[in-house]
Design a protein. Structure first.
Length: 159
């Protein structure tokens, strides 16, 4: 059975950390894979900016939501595009939500190997994000992920 995680259950420590992270990223402080994503709100149309991990592997990029169906996920799903800023580089991107099978592959074949390549990476994901990357099927049930492509080349991967 699919579990949907709503913004109401994001731990307070995560919300506070996200606010600090966002301020640092706005100031241009490089913080690993973290960047900013700005998406138009689906109800107000106003731009909303959130700090996220932008996962880059083999020339492809993804964002994922460790806390499930949070507002930025809903907004990105509705808009299908965003502005990302990472290490001072600003880019307009299209965003395609991964289906269930693609999410499993993403967690198994992209995120887990990336986490294993960093000392303490698997533990970090388990503690900070509340996911066990050794269980990609379970994670994919309740977490969302999007592949990002530059607007100028969107669709170039043929997906």
């Amino acid at each position: 059975m699919s579990q949907v995680i709503d913004t109401a259950v994001v731990p307070r420590r995560v919300s506070l950390f996200g606010a600090v992270l966002r301020r640092l990223l706005v100031r241009g402080v490089p913080l690993g894979p973290n960047g900013l994503i700005t998406v138009r709100g689906r109800k107000t149309g106003l731009p909303r900016t959130t700090a996220v991990a932008i996962i880059e592997v083999s020339g492809r990029r993804w964002v994922w939501a460790p806390w499930g169906e949070v507002q930025w996920v809903r907004n990105l799903r509705a808009a299908g595009r965003a502005t990302v800023v990472k290490r001072g580089k600003k880019e307009e991107v299209s965003a395609r939500e991964l289906n269930a099978a693609e999410r499993i592959a993403f967690f198994r074949d992209v995120l887990a190997p990336l986490a294993r390549s960093v000392r303490g990476g698997m533990t970090f994901f388990r503690v900070a994000d509340g996911v066990d990357l050794r269980k990609p099927v379970e994670i994919a049930e309740s977490r969302r992920a999007f592949e990002l492509e530059p607007l100028a080349t969107a669709g170039a991967h043929g997906r």
